[in-house]
Write a protein that binds this ligand. Structure first.
Ligand code: AMP
Length: 544
């Protein structure tokens, strides 16, 4: 027997319509490429999304067409999120940190019809223009007064919106209609497209809202430093309006002093981003001797949050939520708010829990399997590859049957490529990416564990551990360190002693190399691939 309930399709534009009606004082504050700070309310954002949808219709955009963006976090980018998907087209966010070659590949693969760009990226388009598809039209996201001189035909965003009606007859779309497209560069080979639907996006926004309800409460002010061009800024463009929280967009200014100044003046409560940006903010907090006014929480994900970073935030009164996810998961899979029953634990034990990647969101199932595919117990020590399943997980890659086949297992789960343990209480601990683990004499060494320990040394600004081939042990760890002070680099023996306090003697890195900086991927993570290439011919001291 079937239930007798209405079946309304889940739709992204409904989120903004709801925020405009129920949270009219919710704000979208944006640092603009033009140099100033801009503010508008949710009702204004909804009206402008409608104007944009009219403009897109006028440009011939129809259902299923891909509309690309090359832009920082700001209100116009948010309007594209809603206007494009609301009218039935697909918002394809492009990561400007990708190489030119990768960018051209994904624009071609996605068959984008329109490309919206911030002023910052106009020179990039100038450089690529001869290789871009001939029918790709380009819109610069600014007003007529700031339109740059370009050698390509460029439309002006504000001119397109001017005079358009402020209401749009949003189509009733099937909830499985594609709404967003984001390519992951976290794997080998060409980038692969995750194609989100209205249904998956709304369900993800609801799951994030539930799990992070304290961060997102009505009236809260949230800073997504995580870019709108990288997996939907972890769902914040949807979850914040859904809850009546305001969005504070940093635009292109992501350095510590700029973030501090923005957070301080806008009274940001919760800030979300990868560890790299928090290093900059922590530097500025140290320089100023205080936290930004109103700063209460930081959500750290995208890479493992170093323990020293978690402790520094926590001791200054900023609560850390360590989250894990990936492009293919919309992206949030787990979140690490401390459960209420653990809040009386001593500080050190609380930090032990916070360092884990947290517990799963509702609707995300996790399993870990051994090398032969058998499920591993949730005992906190059994290590295996992490697989996920749920309504917010990709069922395959856009127009890529080979990659799809490789990613989904026989039971229909998606293989994350992460190596993890799960505790009996359901806390996930990411040990490594499968390809970043170091296998020494048949035993695994976690590069993340070593990095976390070494990062706690005051002489270390950042570090990464990679595997170097070894004739006897197969692989041994090499520690790459960026010293805090170039003229007084840390002593390898001191770092070894630190590692030895927590790890077995055979897990201590064989050698250390000092670097000026660590290579980063397009998403701001340390590029171990580049490091491995740099040290491809490296010979360890006892390997001869
Ligand atoms: P991306 O699709 O670019 O967001 O990358 C996803 C990958 O980032 C995951 O599969 C993990 O390897 C890594 N990752 C994300 N969050 C964390 C975290 N909190 N700790 C460790 N690794 C993480």
């Amino acid at each position: 027997m079937q239930g007798m309930m209405m079946n309304r399709p889940l739709s992204i534009i409904e989120i903004l319509a709801y925020a405009a009606e129920v949270f009219p004082s919710g704000e979208v504050v944006s640092v603009r490429c033009e140099g100033d700070r801009h503010r508008q309310s949710y009702p204004e954002t909804y009206a402008r999304a409608a104007q944009l949808a009219h403009a897109l219709t006028g440009l011939g955009i129809g259902h299923g067409d891909r509309v690309a963006t090359l832009a920082w976090n700001g209100y116009r980018h948010l309007e594209l999120y809603y206007g494009v998907s609301g009218m039935g087209a697909v918002c394809h966010t492009i990561n400007p940190r990708l190489s030119a070659e990768q960018m051209l590949y994904i624009i071609g693969h996605a068959e984008d019809k329109l490309l919206f760009t911030d002023l910052t990226f106009v020179p990039l388009i100038e450089a690529l223009k001869d290789h871009l598809p001939k029918n790709l039209r380009i819109v610069v996201m600014t007003d007529a007064a700031h339109m740059p001189d370009t050698s390509f035909d460029a439309l002006c965003y504000e001119d397109l919106l001017a005079g358009q009606p402020m209401a749009f007859d949003w189509p009733d779309l099937d909830e499985n209609t594609a709404a967003g497209l984001c390519y992951t560069s976290g794997t080998t080979g060409n980038p692969k497209g995750a194609l989100y639907s209205h249904r998956s996006t709304v369900l993800h926004a609801m799951s994030v809202s539930l799990a992070l309800r304290l961060s997102l409460a009505e009236g809260r002010r949230i800073l997504p430093v995580v870019p709108l061009f990288h997996v939907n800024a972890w769902g914040l463009p949807y979850a914040a309006p859904l809850n009546g929280a305001s969005l504070i967009f940093p635009g292109p200014a992501l350095d510590g002093p700029s973030l501090f100044q923005l957070m301080d003046s806008e009274r940001v409560f919760s800030a979300w981003g990868v560890p790299t940006v928090w290093l900059g903010l922590q530097g500025e907090i140290k320089a100023q001797g205080r936290n930004p006014e109103g700063f209460g929480e930081v959500v750290i994900g995208g890479s493992a949050a170093p323990r020293a970073m978690i402790e520094a935030f926590e001791t200054s009164g900023v609560s850390v939520c360590h989250a894990w996810g990936m492009t293919e998961m919309s992206p949030v899979g787990t979140q690490g708010h401390l459960p209420a029953h653990l809040s009386d634990l001593p500080f050190k034990e609380q930090m032990d829990v916070k360092q884990l990647q947290g517990r799963r969101l509702f609707g995300v199932d996790l399993k870990i399997t051994g090398e032969d595919g058998t499920r591993q117990p949730r005992d906190g020590t059994s290590v295996g590859e992490l697989f996920v399943r749920g309504n917010t997980v990709v069922s395959g890659y856009f127009n890529n049957p080979e990659a799809t086949e490789a990613a989904i297992d026989d039971e229909g789960w998606f293989g994350t490529g992460d190596i993890a343990t799960i505790t009996p209480e359901g806390f996930l601990s990411i040990q490594d990416r499968s390809k970043d683990l170091i296998k020494s004499g048949g035993e695994w060494i976690s590069s993340i564990d070593i990095e976390n320990i070494v990062m706690a040394h005051p002489g270390v600004a950042s570090c990464a551990v990679i595997a170097i081939p070894h004739p006897k042990w197969d692989e041994r760890p090499l520690l790459c360190v960026v010293p805090a002070d170039k003229d007084a680099p840390p002593d390898k023996a001191e770092l070894d002693a630190l590692v030895l306090e927590h790890m077995a003697s055979w897990q201590v890195p064989d050698a250390m190399e000092l670097l000026d900086e660590l290579p980063l991927t397009a998403t701001g993570k340390v590029s171990k691939l580049t490091l491995r290439q740099t040290f491809a011919d490296y010979v360890l001291p006892d390997a001869g």
